[in-house]
Design a protein around this ligand. Sequence first.
Ligand SMILES: [Zn+2]
Length: 171
Amino acid sequence: MHCPFCRNADTRVVDSRVSDDGLSIRRRRQCPECGRRFSTTETASLNVIKRNGVLEPFSRDKVVSGVRKACQGRPVTDTDLAMLAQKVEEAIRATGASQVDANDIGLSILPPLRELDEVAYLRFASVYQGFESLDDFEEAITLLRVENEQERERPHTHEPESAHQTTGEPS
Ligand SMILES: [Zn+2]
């Protein structure tokens, strides 16, 4: 890595720190030539292939703004949305892919959104999956009911995370 001040070709790492979310590494470097210090951030690249074929870096903010509308009037906080976006990013990165279809991001949003709020989930799914009729809603709701039922009957095999799934809808 070149020194950004004197362009010296050799710099050394004086400190490395993993970011709070564990997704990047920040390094402090020092140039032995001019003695100045600078920081670099190392992140595994993750790009989104948009429908028009253009690549753009994955953005949690875009996930949040994509979901926010579906959450209008629902008991979902900004923190919930931020955590959802983080889960989406982690799920995508866990596949090891460095590129992801914009469409697949929608798919990765569905499970954590469902855990967060079922109404928001249905709204988002209706747009994302292009629901056209009441039948589509009915089908999705039936599926939700069946899966919720199965989850209730199943002994607790999965992480405590799903234990705080929203239970009571305000009536
Ligand atoms: Zn230098």
